[in-house]
Design a protein around this ligand. Structure first.
Ligand SMILES: CC(C)(COP(=O)(O)OP(=O)(O)OC[C@H]1O[C@@H](n2cnc3c(N)ncnc32)[C@H](O)[C@@H]1OP(=O)(O)O)[C@@H](O)C(=O)NCCC(=O)NCCS
Length: 156
């Protein structure tokens, strides 16, 4: 299994994977158009031609980026794929010079295992809370904000 930068041929599989969990209320929907638009932010976990998982890194500001659309196929869960995907985004954030990475999630324990810690939503930019409030207005419970501060050289 390899973690790679996503290519256009991966877009439909990314969209299907994310929307599989979005339909279960676990993450936000993505249109195919938005996947193509953000394709350069995505990494995929691939075994042959099959996509086992995906993740995107969205740079927010000079010191902050968000992990989005993290999803591992039901058949690939529990085998370290999620960890490898998150580690790829952390390396990429380090390479870009970003010092803090956060995720909004219901999977606190998974992120804790990867070195993230819970932070107050209000410590993050307003744009993040707005999205959360929209999400809450749609009848979903609040996700938890999990953040990791990158050590010097973590992207190398
Ligand atoms: C959350 C998710 C990405 C985890 O991916 P995964 O490939 O199954 O996780 P990994 O096998 O890499 O697990 C890494 C570590 O986290 C732990 N872990 C994984 N899922 C966990 C969970 N739900 N609760 C507690 N610990 C968990 C594993 O035991 C492992 O611990 P270890 O390294 O100490 O042995 C995957 O379950 C998923 O796609 N869920 C549905 C979509 C979703 O909720 N995405 C997150 C949006 S932010």
């Amino acid at each position: 299994m390899e973690i790679e930068a996503a290519r256009v041929c991966d877009a439909q599989a990314i969209c299907d994977l994310v929307n599989h969990y979005a339909e279960r209320g676990l993450m936000l929907h993505r249109s195919l158009e938005s996947v193509y638009g953000c394709l350069r932010e995505f990494f995929v976990a691939k075994e042959g031609d099959a996509i086992l998982g995906c993740v995107a890194l969205d740079v927010f500001w000079a010191d902050l980026a968000e992990i989005r659309s993290l999803a591992v196929a039901e058949t690939g869960k529990g085998k370290g794929v999620g960890r490898l995907l998150v580690e790829a985004t952390i390396r990429d954030a380090g390479r870009l010079g970003v010092t803090k990475v956060f995720a909004m999630t219901y999977e606190q324990e998974f992120f804790q295992r990867l070195g993230f810690a819970e932070v107050l939503l209000k410590s993050l930019p307003e744009k993040v809370w707005r999205e959360c409030l929209d999400w809450y207005d749609c009848g979903h419970r609040h996700e938890t904000a999990m953040l990791i501060e990158l050590a010097d050289g973590q992207g190398e």
